[in-house]
Design a protein around this ligand. Sequence first.
Ligand SMILES: Nc1ncnc2c1ncn2[C@@H]1O[C@H](COP(=O)(O)OP(=O)(O)OP(=O)(O)O)[C@@H](O)[C@H]1O
Ligand SMILES: [Mg+2]
Length: 224
Amino acid sequence: MIELKDLDKYVESKFQRIFILKGIDLSVEEGEFLTIMGPSGAGKSTLLNIIGMLDEASQGEFYFLNEPVHSIKDKKKSQLHKHYIGFVFQAYHLIDELTVYENIETPLLYKGIKGAQRKSLVAEMLDRFQMVAKKDLFPDQLSGGQQQLVGVARAIVGSPKLLLADEPTGNLHSEQGEEIMNIFKKLNDAGMTIIQVTHSQKNAEYGKRIVRLMDGAIESDERI
Ligand SMILES: Nc1ncnc2c1ncn2[C@@H]1O[C@H](COP(=O)(O)OP(=O)(O)OP(=O)(O)O)[C@@H](O)[C@H]1O
Ligand SMILES: [Mg+2]
């Protein structure tokens, strides 16, 4: 499903090139549940953003479902993102002007899902995350943990082929965090490919493979 070949991400500063990712080789098969770990600043979010087509590599090849992402147009990339990928952001990235309901509905609109089905899918998410009473509130009227739950609901509502989650439980208390991880496990059992970033060994153990990043490079890659 995903093939990264000798991928680099760097920024040019005045006197030197600073590498954020260097020489990343990674392939991920459909149905995997992979965890990216590593210290703060290792490049985890950068890597996830590139896989999610929200950021671009500076060099190297990236194939997604056999499409060469490194050489396709932005428009095609954004279509691939909308159709196949659900993304849980480290910093939520909810749309401030939209209510909880509307935030969760957004990916379904992008996917062109019809009104009645949209309504029932959003209702199912609100119910599952116990947010029915909050559906008409705006993100700034929610706690950090509640915003995170909305972010997770938005990422999975359209049943994406690939779920990318950057610290999806970082602001939840442990019980809620476990609930999210159990949801991920069920989705993966049903065939969804998942790549998550976490600092938590416990969360990593819900997955089947751990890739450790260090200073922008893969330090280890093991199945668990
Ligand atoms: N646009 C940018 N310009 C310059 N440096 C950047 C840019 N984006 C990221 N970096 C740097 O790249 C490194 C990796 O950042 P990244 O956000 O991927 O780390 P991370 O592993 O997700 O860390 P954390 O666990 O804290 O979320 C950091 O040192 C960061 O400062
Ligand atoms: Mg990060």
